[in-house]
Structures are given as C-alpha cells and as structure tokens.
Write a protein that binds this ligand. Structure first.
Ligand SMILES: *Cc1c(COP(=O)(O)O)cnc(C)c1O
Length: 451
C-alpha cells in the first residue's frame, strides 16, 4: 500500500462514521479510497479497479463520469447552483417535470421535490395523511405496508419499513402500522412456483383491508422488487389486484419506485409492468443518474386539489426541504432523460439482461449452494443456501455473504451483498464482456469461500 493511501485511510478512520457499518469491521477491511470512476468501473489510489456491479447502492444508472451528464452539470454550474424554491423557479426544473410527464404512468402530474429517498417517502406519508384529513376522513390515520419492506431510514420511513436489521432497536420510537405479509415467491406459503402462481398470497392483503381499511389513509409498497429484503421479486398481478382493492376501499396507493424507477426492472417504472398507476410515486436514486441527491414525490391532480384553497383555510402542504428542486440535480436528471431519448438504453439493457440470465443459469444453475436465481430487468440475485432441497439458509453469524464480498473485492468486483443474497444491479450501460468478467469473479469468490 502506498504512503498516500495509508495516510488517507488513517485520517478517514480517525474521523468518519461510515453508513450502515459496524466500524470495528474496518479494522480488518479498510475503506477503499476511490480516485475516479469511468463507465462501470471504479479506480482506487492503488491503481486497482472494481466493476461496480451494485451501481454504488443502486443509484448509478448510466455509468460513472458519464460525459453527457458531466457536461450538463458543468453548464448549469456556471449559470445557477441553487435558489430558494418557494415562490421561485427555474427552467431546468420546469423542463424536467415536462419530460417526466412524458414517461410517468398516467395520472401522475404534480411534482414535489426533496433531496433523498427517505425524504420522498416522508413526504408521501404526510401528504396521504393530510389528504384523508382534508377530504373528510380524519379517522384514517394509519398506514399499511408489506412485511420485509424497506423505505428508508428516517423515523416515518422506518415505521413503514419492516426489516428488523434496520428498525428493531427503534421500534419504541416508531408509529405503529398495519403490516401485510409480503409475497415470498422462493418460499411460497401456498406451495406454488413462479409459473403456477395466481398470487394466492394476496389473501393477506384482502383480510388486512377488511379489518383496517376504515382507519387507513395509504399503503406503501416497493413494486415488484423488495430490494433490501434480498432482491425478492413478485408478480405484477399483485399490483393490479392491489390497485383494485385500494380503489374499492378508498386507500391511497404509494409506489416507492426509488430503487425500481428508470429502467431497473426492464421497463421505465415497475408499475408499468402492471399497467396501472399508483396515487403517489416516490423517485430518487436513478433520477439524476446517481450523481446528485434529489428526489420527487409525484402525485395526481385529485390529491393536489385537496390542498388547494384560500390560504386561511389552512390546507396548504407546509412541507419543505432546503434543497428542493436544486438546479444542479435537475441538470443531471435532464441529461439522464436526454440519454434515454437519444440512445436505446432500455433495449440494450434488455438484451444484456437476457445475456446475463443465460450466463447466470449456466454458471450457477446447478450450484449446490445457490437456492434461487431471482431476476427482473438487469437485476439478478443469488440466494445462497446451505441446502437446496430444504432451502435452509446459512446462519447469519457466519457472514458468508460478507466473506464473499471481501474475496470479490480482492478480485476487482464490488459485490456488496444483502446478508447471504449476492446480487447484480449494474448500471444499464454495462456490456457483455463486463458482465462475463463479473460473473466469473463472482463464481470464483463463491468457490473460494464455500468450496
Ligand atoms: C434506497 C431506498 C430508499 C431510501 O432512499 P435514501 O436516499 O437512501 O434515503 C427508500 N426506498 C427504497 C425502495 C430504496 O431502495
């Protein structure tokens, strides 16, 4: 290790508390100092490179240091970096909304800006709550959500999340919610397979609505993909049924598309697979190509109209974030939209996804410790199990996924797992040779840990 790297690491560890980390782990696995990025690769101060197969926490959409996004931000930077967004506006944000209107599911027409995914979720929750209040149903104060869901780390977002890993300690601080048992297609409770599924598990939603819809203002879901739960994929029919049930019971449907938006599932939005629209959609991560912290809570005219009144009626949505509508974020997001229009990004991603599927099946299809290969769009996940027959997992204390992560890093692949689920969620511009290299390193790293 060169002296510069050593010094930077020492200083980092003397000051910085890294996200989602037991800092003691860093005694053995030091932070990697990244110098630059290009395409799907990151380069460290030691001259080593890493394929960013997790898109740097699912946000990098079109490659690191993408020339078009870079140019767009640079041009904006010399004009206007930021401006208060109450009573002020600017052209980049207006153009961005116009362009998103072209691609969003029907009916989503009003844009409320914030600066990260959790904030977009908080905004959606407060908006739903106030909507119920202002439409004559003040008793509807609760939220429904799915088990194993993830919606961010702030108190409201954590409340509608269900993963103990993130929420358990804070339960006494969190609001109580109505939790519906989520689809679990790998370990289906009805003994079905993906081919024979008729979303029997939707019965759990029906009974929860029967008991609690009268006190519920909204339900929030991660459409088709429960990401943090281990890239659990469930069928679009679940969303179609949920849309109908919400309509029947007067419950708003919030789509958390923070992870699934902008082509990750093979279509622009996960809800597009279901052919229905939510009432509120949360966007972040890929919105700016993974460049700038920006998020949007998009909603319908109907919801917007319930807040529109003379000032003294007190119906305004008194919710704000300092960096709402940040012009630099908008310039990055505009460049992302221009790239989607000018280049066959989704088409290319679809053919790479088919290629990756074939390669994964070939490499891991018969592997004794790969229980399931889950896939949607370019996202592919391997659930590691002790035994394929019983689907028994490895004890979490063994940290099998974490060991494979460390091995893969040494081999040039950033494969940060979710427990014992390894996944690929690469930038949509990844090519076949990069995918081949990543699968090869992944296989080698699994072999070196599990034999
Ligand atoms: C990442 C994520 C969030 C939280 O976004 P942050 O920007 O990290 O606050 C919320 N929901 C889903 C589905 C996510 O993947």
């Amino acid at each position: 290790m060169n002296q510069r790297t050593r010094t930077l690491i020492e200083k980092d560890l003397s000051m910085i508390w890294h996200p989602c980390s037991q800092m003691k782990d860093y005694e053995l696995l030091k932070p990697i100092v990244i110098e630059r990025g290009a395409g799907v690769r990151l380069y460290d101060t030691e001259g080593r490179s890493y394929i960013d197969i997790v898109s740097s926490w699912w946000c990098n959409l079109l490659g690191h240091a993408n020339p078009k996004i870079n140019a767009s931000i640079k041009a904006q930077l010399d004009r206007l970096e930021h401006v208060i967004f109450a009573n002020f506006t600017h052209e980049p944000v207006i153009r961005l909304c116009e362009q998103l209107l072209e691609i969003l599911p029907g009916g989503l027409k009003k844009f409320n800006f914030s600066d990260n995914g959790s904030a977009a979720v908080e905004c959606a929750l407060k908006m739903s709550f106030q909507y119920a209040y202002q439409t004559g149903r003040p008793e509807r104060t609760k939220f429904m959500c799915l088990s194993d869901g993830y919606h961010g780390e702030t108190i409201g977002a954590l409340s509608v999340g269900a993963l103990d890993l993130y929420a358990k300690i804070y339960r006494p601080m969190l609001m109580s919610t109505i939790q519906i048992e989520a689809p679990d297609c790998y370990r289906c409770r009805y003994g079905k397979t993906r081919d024979t599924c008729e979303t029997e598990c939707f019965a759990a939603a029906e009974s929860a609505f029967a008991a609690h819809a009268h006190e519920t203002c909204a339900i929030i879901v991660e459409p088709l993909l429960q990401g943090s739960a281990g890239m659990r994929v469930y069928p679009a029919q679940y969303l179609t049924k949920l849309r109908a049930l919400c309509d029947r019971c007067g419950v708003l449907l919030i789509a958390d598309e923070i992870a699934t938006g902008f082509g990750r599932t093979g279509k622009m939005f996960a809800f597009d697979h279901a052919g229905v629209s939510p009432d509120i959609m949360c966007l972040s991560k890929g919105l700016t190509g993974g460049y700038m912290p920006m998020a949007i809570t998009v909603t319908t005219d109907e919801i917007y109209d319930a807040f529109y009144a003379d000032y003294n009626e007190g119906k305004a949505f008194m919710h704000s974030h300092t960096y709402s509508g940040n012009p630099l974020g908008c310039s990055a997001a505009l460049a992302v939209q221009a790239i989607f229009r000018d280049e066959p990004i989704l088409e290319n991603a679809a053919s790479r996804a088919a290629f990756l599927s074939g390669l994964m099946d070939e490499t891991f299809g018969g592997h004794p410790h790969v229980g399931e290969i889950r896939r949607i769009g370019l996202i592919h996940a391997l659930e590691l199990v002790q035994d394929r027959e019983t689907k028994k997992g490895f004890p979490s204390e063994d940290r099998v996924g974490y060991q494979i992560y460390q091995t893969a890093l040494k081999n040039g692949l950033l494969l940060r797992p979710l427990g014992n689920v390894l996944y690929f969620n690469p930038p949509l511009i990844i090519n076949e040779s990069e995918l081949t290299e990543a699968v090869e390193i992944c296989a080698r790293s699994i072999r070196s840990v599990l034999g």
